[in-house]
Design a protein around this ligand. Structure first.
Ligand code: ZN
Length: 133
């Protein structure tokens, strides 16, 4: 498996509109726009920084995974995403190594990326996302 770079860092927030002031006005990052991923019940906002991006995540539903995350842990860093060359191959390799996965097969993420999450129990508590664009 080949990890190419940190693709983005996912941060759970109550409201992208409220939170984005810090990333744009204070840190000076551009706001690349937002996108709703309906099957994840999440609205995402991207702020490119160098080779990577900050991804703000706002729940669109009180039952969504981001709403549940904030309920349990509060707002804050939720996941780190690594870009891989070939996500299907990466998942096969992880399965062979017996790594616990949330997604056995890739699903569709924001920006048309193919994404898959590893289980935090397999990563010492960090929610790791793989993505291929
Ligand atoms: Zn992500």
């Amino acid at each position: 498996m080949k990890l190419l770079k940190v693709d983005h860092i996912g941060i759970a927030v109550n409201s992208i509109d409220d939170a984005k002031t810090f990333w744009t006005d204070v840190l000076g990052l551009p706001f690349e726009g937002d996108e709703t991923v309906s099957d994840q019940k999440v609205r995402t906002g991207f702020f490119p920084v160098g080779e990577s991006e900050v991804e703000l995540l706002e729940s669109t539903d009180p039952d969504g995974p981001i709403a549940k995350y904030i309920e349990k842990k509060g707002q804050g860093m939720q996941h780190v995403a690594f870009r891989v060359e070939n996500i299907d191959q990466a998942l096969e390799e992880l399965k062979e190594k017996g790594v616990r996965l949330i997604d056995e097969t890739p699903r569709k993420g924001a920006g048309g990326a193919k994404i898959a999450f590893l289980h935090p129990k397999a990563t010492n508590g960090v929610l790791v996302e793989l993505c291929e664009r």
